[in-house]
Ligand binder design. Structure first.
Ligand code: ADQ
Length: 378
């Protein structure tokens, strides 16, 4: 498939609803699943789908995201078959400005797109966890001769208001699209994954730039306008595991999903690897005083206490008599002896000394507690 289709990964958003985890970090760079960063899912899907030329649009807190992408071997897009390019906002002879919305971020990179002159462009979000073969979506886009194909999936009704929601005919044609409706009439959600014919995409975003009232965003502006214009928008139904981990609760819940036996994301499938950065840490050590159940534990951890139904990232120390339950502990956290931690996300590099955590100081959402990165709790 290669340069017939170019991927543009939107990775510049502020991650407002995931704020405690994204204070100093772009959401796509947030750690996920015991060893990955969220963006690894979209990028691995690209590699596994045969798309090796990828532009990543960055803006908010890009430092760690940039160094992750530039960290070497893993993202060399399979031995030079393609290239990943990081695309921050830039100045030119006419000035320059920050990426206003997602469509503007693509608009400001039309020169990059023209360099490859692809027939199709797939636009991806970098803040979702899923495994998907984009080449099947492209096949359907071509077969149905659509102007735009949007990947869609069913979501829980009580979450539908945080997505673009649509109604779709049996033929696959989208007949109604509403961005984040207050009272959704369907639970069929846009996954924020779009395939456009390149020329059509250019026309849409250039026209949208001339509309001074537009926020230049795909969900808010481009797709509703296209619905009214009679363009052919088709839905590509995806029924695998997909989560937009955009809130603290959905982030925690996606981790708990991972711990279910035979969970649908299945990180252990050798035919669809999720690639990630390698770090030089020693092997995992589990002492005879430790008890570990239904948990994922990263390399370099040193476990003396009890861990139940939790995801522990690399380099974590868990002391003797400590109990960790239904929790997500990020990298290099130290939990001292006899500490109890329950339904909590603990940010990297924290040091938990208190026997039980004073939750008043942390964020609470749906009874999930959060301890900021680098905290000493005593
Ligand atoms: P949201 O997830 O709310 O809805 P948004 O916050 O715009 O959309 O984020 C989408 C992606 O674009 C993220 O990866 C984000 O980092 C990036 N992004 C946001 N603003 C950006 C900017 N100015 N420059 C560069 N990158 C930016 C969208 C759709 C919904 C759909 C959900 C599915 O609008 O219709 O249902 O995704 O998750």
């Amino acid at each position: 498939m290669n340069k017939r289709c170019l991927a543009m990964v939107l990775a510049g958003g502020g991650g407002e609803r995931l704020k405690p985890l994204t204070k100093k970090l772009a959401k796509p760079a947030v750690l996920f699943g015991g060893k990955y960063r969220i963006i690894d899912f979209a990028l691995s899907n690209c590699i596994n789908s045969g798309i090796y030329t990828v532009g990543i649009v960055v803006q908010y807190e890009p430092l760690i995201l940039n160094s992750h992408i530039n960290s070497g071997g893993i993202w060399d897009m399979h031995n030079g078959r393609g290239q990943i390019t990081i695309l921050p906002p830039y100045m030119n002879e006419n000035g320059g400005c920050w990426y206003k919305g997602t469509a503007n971020a693509i608009y400001q990179n039309l020169e990059y797109i023209d360099m490859y002159n692809p027939e199709y462009i797939i636009i991806l979000s970098a803040d979702q966890v899923y495994k998907m073969d984009y080449s099947l979506m492209l096949d359907e886009h071509v077969k149905k001769a659509a102007d735009v194909t949007i990947a869609v999936t069913g979501v829980d009704w009580d979450e539908a208001c945080r997505f673009g929601i649509m109604e779709v005919e049996d033929t696959g044609r989208i007949v109604k699209f509403e961005e984040k409706p207050k009272q959704p009439k369907s639970n069929l959600a846009s996954m924020g994954i779009y395939i456009f014919n390149t020329e059509f995409l250019k026309k849409c975003i250039i026209e949208d730039e001339n509309d001074k009232n537009s926020a230049n965003d795909f969900g808010k502006n481009i797709l509703p306008k296209l619905m009214n214009s009679g363009a052919k928008l088709n839905a590509y139904k995806f029924d695998g595991y997909w989560r937009d981990v955009g809130t603290v609760y959905s982030f925690w819940k996606a981790h708990m999903d991972l711990l279910e036996e035979n969970n649908k994301l299945n990180l252990y499938d050798p035919t669809w690897k999720i690639y990630c950065e390698h770090i030089a840490v020693p092997p995992l050590y589990i002492n005879h005083t430790a008890k570990v159940n239904s948990s994922m534990i990263g390399e370099g951890c040193y476990i003396l206490g009890e861990v139940t139904n939790s995801v522990i990232f690399p380099g974590v120390f868990i002391g003797r008599g400590a109990h960790i339950k239904d929790s997500v502990i990020m990298s290099n956290v130290r939990v001292e002896d006899n500490v109890d931690i329950n339904r909590t996300i603990i940010g990297s590099n924290s040091w938990i000394k208190a026997a039980s955590i004073e939750y008043e100081e942390s964020s609470i959402e749906d009874r999930i507690y959060y301890i900021d990165e680098g905290q000493i709790i005593e």
